[in-house]
Design a protein around this ligand. Structure first.
Ligand SMILES: Nc1ncnc2c1ncn2[C@@H]1O[C@H](COP(=O)(O)OP(=O)(O)OP(=O)(O)O)[C@@H](O)[C@H]1O
Ligand SMILES: [Mg+2]
Length: 195
């Protein structure tokens, strides 16, 4: 059965989560709450983040394809809930620079007041461009109290050291911070174990 989570850009690997029973014990984002999940590669951050979105949609209603349309002409429709591969978005933004025809891909997130999952933030090299772009998005969503789920291989201390305290302190103030370290699900799956 196709999963409704594809509507928001969730990668194929995590789509089956949309067909599971939502776990309503997971943090409730409806008041604009943030969740920050960190831990090493394979520990299940993205999986858990998608489960949190799935529980959120069980509370507020599922997004439908008609709620989100790419913008071509005329008035831009409000962007809806989104799964964002953060390093991919940064690369797309770089590609759009200097192309007058291309829309800045960051505009799908900036000003978006719906739930957004920013997957793998602060994992790229902390160039001025990467720091400024992440800072802009974090401030925008922080000021708007917009529900946000973030995952990272870096802890908040590491983000503060490499990306600066402004970004780290906004995340720490807004977010329920959860250390996902422990199991490497990829190794466990490869070994045929269940965790
Ligand atoms: N609770 C779980 N139940 C079943 N499978 C899981 C669970 N958590 C993670 N997995 C699976 O383990 C694999 C690794 O998980 P995931 O991609 O979420 O890791 P990650 O922490 O986001 O890794 P990375 O830092 O490399 O992005 C995926 O195939 C995922 O579907
Ligand atoms: Mg991941």
């Amino acid at each position: 059965m196709a999963s409704y989570l594809s509507v928001i850009g969730t990668p194929a690997r995590y789509l089956p989560i949309g067909n599971t029973e939502p776990d309503l014990v997971l943090p409730d984002l409806t008041s604009g709450r943030w969740v920050f999940l960190f831990g090493p590669a394979g520990c299940g951050k993205t999986h858990r983040a998608v489960e949190i979105l799935h529980a959120h949609f069980a509370r507020v209603g599922k997004p439908r394809p008609s709620d989100w349309r790419p913008w071509h002409h005329g008035k831009r429709p409000a962007p809806g809930p989104l799964f964002v591969d953060w390093p991919g978005l940064l690369k797309a933004k770089v590609r759009a620079i200097g192309n007058d025809e291309a829309e800045d891909p960051i505009l799908t997130v900036l000003g978006n007041r719906d739930v957004v999952l920013l997957d793998d933030v602060a994992t790229e090299r902390p160039t001025d461009f990467a720091i400024e772009t992440l800072g802009e998005v974090i401030s925008d969503r922080y000021n708007a109290v917009a529900p946000t789920v973030l995952t990272s291989n870096r802890s908040l201390d590491e983000i503060a050291a490499t990306y600066g305290k402004r970004i780290a302190s906004r995340i720490s103030e807004a977010a329920l911070v959860a250390d996902q370290s422990g199991t490497d699900w990829r190794l466990a799956i490869a070994r045929g174990e269940t965790c």
